[in-house]
Design a protein around this ligand. Sequence first.
Ligand code: CA
Length: 462
Amino acid sequence: MMPTRLTIFAVLLGTASLAMAKADKPNLVIVLTDDQGYADVGFNGCTDIPTPNIDRIAAEGVRFSDGYVSFPVCGPSRAGLLTGRYQDRFGFTTNPTIDPANPEAGIPLDEKNMAEVLKPAGYSSAIIGKWHMGSHEVHHPLNRGFDHFFGFLSGGHNYFPSEYTINDLSEVTGQWEWYRTRLVKDYERVDVEGDYLTDILTDAAVAFVDAKAADDRPFMLYLAYNAPHTPLQSTEKYLSRFDHIEDSKRRTYAAMVSCVDDGVGRVMDALRRHGLEEDTLVFFLSDNGGASNNASDNGILNKGKGSLFEGGVRVPFAMQWKGTVPPGQVYAHPVISLDIMGTITALAGVRAAEEKPLDGVNLMPYLTGQDSGVPHEQLFWRKFTHDGISIRQGNLKLVADGKRKQNGYKLFDLSEDIPEKKDLFAKEPEKARRLIEQCDTWNTELKATIFPTLMEDTWWER
Ligand code: CA
């Protein structure tokens, strides 16, 4: 039967009101990569690994030249991103143990993560990929605000499903065996279709967008690829794109990044196919700087993963919100992963608990030109277990990468010294003193570590 004019009108009206409802509270997609170097995306000058899909996010939105994460390794960085608060405020100072019997190892239950905060605003949330925010059931994503989980609880994973020979964390008998556990869908261990984890995660992300496109609720997708974290594993499909790279580690790394880029392209295609681009903020970033063991490249930045120098905490970082954020911007004032929470809570109209204020801010006024000021007067970092601390204020950066009482601090002016080579500490004692004071004051607001660290715990020997 041909539709009458009335039914067509009703369909159009339905679509329009749906679109308006969604625009009120935009969807959020966060694509987080793992240990990807600052210079390993086209928009930061990468030449040997094409990343056209990731670059398109920056081209159609904003490239953050000075985009930071709140910690130079996986776990604490993700705890900051997911809460919008410096994770040391609640003692998440190091990579947590994977011990499934430890209820302390995770984001404390009185701290709210993004999914928990967005739930009352009507959001449906998914985490696809790496969780690493606790393996005890109290920290399971579905018990922490998420509606969907597909991936793995631990801090890393092998890429070939043929290697997933361990059913569950309870069967682990040695360190790193959790890299070979079967994947989890919601609460169940499942076998998966496909031969390569990164593609499998992309499949799940596209399926989520497809499923949510018809829903009248806004959604949040946290797509946490573990690529290009070690183990360096790829398939011929991606390796064959990089025959020109002789170094076999770099070649495999390039293949892994290229697969992520394909995945980003497929997720963005899904948003476009459903007409959701103007209703969806998309963030792309890495959880910390490139690591020394995965052949990543941080460009001119000093050091990498694990360090409070720029190479550890300044990451490839871009966002787009088509129709709202003007395209083609390079935003040079410092921003931090915590701002994703600051932005989405402001847009969704939800407030953080008064006693636990966000450190992240709403970036929208800065990206739309309403506010010509800076999002942050200063940013801080702390490496509690190494007695390291750092602050960036304007272009000045003070760093004690570890053992600050013995080794002291270094001071750099990033406006002329991005590689942090010219230490100004002795030349500018007054500036250094003021920054040290600020670090000390901030430090008094922070807690000590609340759980055993990943590298030292031996829970499987119990
Ligand atoms: Ca990482």
